[in-house]
Design a protein around this ligand. Structure first.
Ligand SMILES: *Cc1c(COP(=O)(O)O)cnc(C)c1O
Length: 387
């Protein structure tokens, strides 16, 4: 379909296709010409419950009519309730809310540096990983391990060193007197959906215990039911010291969080803040989303849908000579046999299916967690015809 590009005064920070989306419902997104798309991107694994789910719309409507933002230096009910929910469902003791995942990660780095100053003689270095992604602020640009990012906005913030993912020896080799923490994604999303192995996750926990380091998991993409467990690290039976959340926690609205266990909680008044931290409008939305995800049968259903999508992708891969299917739950990737990802994404869009290619040779699938079986089969059929 050839629609002329809309006139735009938006900064050209990403190559947008010539489509303007106007509304959505569940797994469907509609453009200004009335065309509908099956959405397997969902705002990049953000819309946990699909587009404009009734529970989220209603929670926002109700809260907007009560109070939107009394200010970050006052208590409000939704932020207390959401923090209580998160602490009750994890190994963490305290929560700091932010508006984006990058900002939550910034908070994790500040917490680790303060903790290093207090307890580790000023140790401040954080080990992150090649091909990792932690966000786009200046510090997170330095923490991120994307090729080519080292030189992008020089000078780079110091204090991050990069190890090889799933290689414990490479991590151990980087630990020194200045090391204070290890930070990783349980599944590297932008890298093409590369899961950390169970032995790697457990080995990192052990390394941190041995050397007195903090283990920080960036679950901005993997958290909140996306991988079929409430939080991805829980499926590896480890307890990190710090976790960051974003994306799925708000079901599409700008909400993220930094969580820490008691031993790591060292912020004092004045150390961390933000105009929008814990604002009741976003927290009421987040609570509505997490209440839904926390319902007894919800995660089993995510696992069943994930298994169905995985089987379907494996069948297509065999039929058309492509590679492995990676990931967990409804964060999956199909390895392609050539660099056809971007072309497939464009053709799929013309065929009414929204897909993402994090790398030229892989497709990432991240549909709504409540997608219907028929919608999975429908998307697989479109993909089959394209491959
Ligand atoms: C998306 C993402 C971020 C950044 O989140 P923003 O809300 O875009 O700042 C950080 N870490 C991971 C793993 C992500 O997927």
């Amino acid at each position: 379909m050839n629609t002329p590009p809309p006139v735009s005064h938006l900064m050209h920070t990403t190559a947008r296709p010539p489509v303007v989306f106007t509304h959505g419902s569940g797994s469907r997104l509609y453009d200004a010409t009335g065309r509908d798309y099956l959405d397997w991107v969902q705002g990049w694994a953000v819309n946990s419950l699909g587009h404009s789910p009734a529970v989220l719309v209603e929670a926002l409507r109700k809260q907007a009519g009560r109070v939107i933002n009394p200010g970050a230096a006052f208590f409000n009910e939704p932020s207390l309730a959401l923090a209580e929910w998160l602490v009750a469902h994890t190994c963490f003791d305290q929560v700091f809310f932010t508006s984006s995942g990058a900002e939550a990660n910034e908070g994790a780095v500040k917490l680790a540096r303060k903790w290093g100053a207090l307890h580790r003689g000023g140790a401040h270095e954080i080990i992150t990983f090649h091909n990792s992604f932690h966000g786009r602020t200046l510090a997170m640009t330095a923490a991120t391990g994307k090729a080519g990012w080292e030189a992008m906005f020089a000078p780079m913030m110091p204090g991050f060193v990069k190890a090889v993912f799933n290689d414990l020896d490479s991590v151990a080799g980087l630990i020194g007197a200045q090391t204070v923490a290890i930070m990783l994604e349980p599944i590297q999303g932008e890298a093409g959906v590369i899961p950390a192995s169970r032995t790697f996750m457990q080995g990192l926990r052990q390394l941190c215990d041995t050397h007195g380091l903090l283990l920080i998991v960036d679950e901005v993409q993997t958290g909140c039911g996306r991988t079929g467990s409430l939080f991805a690290h829980q499926s590896h039976a480890i307890e990190p010291d710090v976790m960051t959340l974003g994306k799925g926690i708000g079901g599409g609205i700008p909400l993220a969080a930094l969580l820490a266990r008691e031993r790591a909680c060292c912020f004092a008044p004045g150390d961390q803040g933000g105009t929008y931290t814990g604002n009741p409008l976003m927290c009421a939305g987040g609570l509505a989303v997490m209440d839904e995800i926390g319902k007894p049968a919800f995660l089993q259903a995510v696992q069943a849908r994930g298994a169905r999508l995985r089987r379907g992708l494996e069948t297509l891969s065999q039929r058309h000579g492509h590679g492995e299917v990676r990931g967990a739950g409804l964060l999956l990737a199909l390895q392609l046999s050539a660099d056809i990802g971007p072309a497939l994404v464009a053709r799929a869009r013309d065929g009414g299916l929204l897909l993402n290619a994090p790398r030229p040779d892989s497709l990432r699938l991240m549909p709504a967690l409540n997608i219907e079986e028929a919608e999975l089969d429908e998307g697989l059929a479109i993909l089959d015809s394209l491959l």
